[in-house]
Ligand binder design. Structure first.
Ligand SMILES: [Zn+2]
Length: 298
């Protein structure tokens, strides 16, 4: 834990803020939709017969299994522009005269908010299983006391220069700050604060010695395979591609940053490297954002 003297030293100056997750676009908007024709069944006792008939005309493929075809007395027949609609005779036998057009999501809903909106706006019977871990990952979260202390420390490292890029790496166990760094890119193009912090940690911690003194490390309880295993980083600015990749390769667990970087930002602004599906390490990213008036009052 951070000592009480450190807490006193770091008098919080953070406004009412929260952490907003940087997540893949697929969680930020509703799925694409396609238009379908819906008819009302005249006699529900014939539902099985109707299903057999409709399945022959327009089989319910696996790609549509996230949509339940029947809801109450209504059934989804086929796409609005289907070339071989049902014959008039059969239609009159099984369905009310009036049909209607609805939209259905082309792909399954991934998040609860998408499901809630889709069943309200489109078709009320969709298959959805809530994933609690995912819901937590895509939700905003409150700052805790340690976050505020680290952000205060970052501010102090900036030394009244708001444009100065600074970083603090924290051990997740007990939220202990391991290293704080500034940016020296004016002296060397690669010396961004993130790289400086990783580099410094690699020189001063056992992590680095893993490669050089393997025998020593093997005896250590603290052996870790990568530089930033079990660590988070707090940054004044969204990292560039080089720094984001360095964090990925170092196996960072979480990145917190204050300001976005509209020109070079690789974790939200220009790219979202943390959401790439083919990387061999996934990590969480949060940006600091002001609470809205409603959120403050809650
Ligand atoms: Zn950078």
């Amino acid at each position: 834990m951070i000592s009480s003297s450190l807490k006193r030293f770091c008098k919080s100056s953070i406004k009412k803020c929260q952490w907003s997750p940087i997540i893949s676009d697929e969680y930020l908007h509703l799925p694409d939709v396609q238009s379908m024709i819906v008819a009302r069944i005249k006699d529900r006792r014939l539902t099985a017969e109707i299903l057999d008939l409709i399945d022959e005309i327009y089989p319910w493929e696996n790609s549509l299994k996230h949509i339940r075809r029947i809801y109450n007395s209504e059934i989804i027949l086929y796409p609005s522009k289907f070339p071989q609609p049902i014959s008039n005779d059969l239609f009159e036998k099984y369905f009310d005269e009036q049909t209607r057009e609805i939209n259905v999501p082309k792909t399954p809903c991934l998040a609860k908010w998408q499901y809630d909106q889709c069943i309200q706006q489109f078709w009320p019977s969709l298959v959805f299983r809530e994933n609690k871990i995912l819901e937590q990952m895509i939700s905003k979260k409150k700052l805790n006391e340690n976050d505020e202390i680290i952000l205060d420390l970052l501010h102090k490292i900036q030394d009244d220069d708001e444009e100065s890029h600074c970083a603090i790496i924290v051990d997740n166990d007990g939220q202990i700050p391991l290293v704080g760094s500034r940016d020296y890119r004016q002296d060397h193009p690669l010396q961004h604060s993130t790289i400086v912090a990783i580099d410094y940690l690699s020189k001063t911690s056992f992590y680095h010695r893993e490669n050089l003194l393997e025998n020593f490390i093997e005896k250590s309880q603290k052996k870790k395979a990568y530089l930033l295993n079990g660590c988070s980083i707090y940054l004044t600015h969204e990292p560039c591609i080089m720094c984001a990749m360095a964090l990925l390769h170092s196996r960072i667990s979480t990145v917190y940053y204050v300001k976005s970087n509209d020109r070079f930002g690789a974790l939200g602004s220009i790219y979202k490297l943390n959401t790439l599906k083919k990387t061999n390490h996934r990590f969480l990213v949060y940006q600091l954002e002001d609470l809205s008036l409603d959120e403050v009052n809650n």
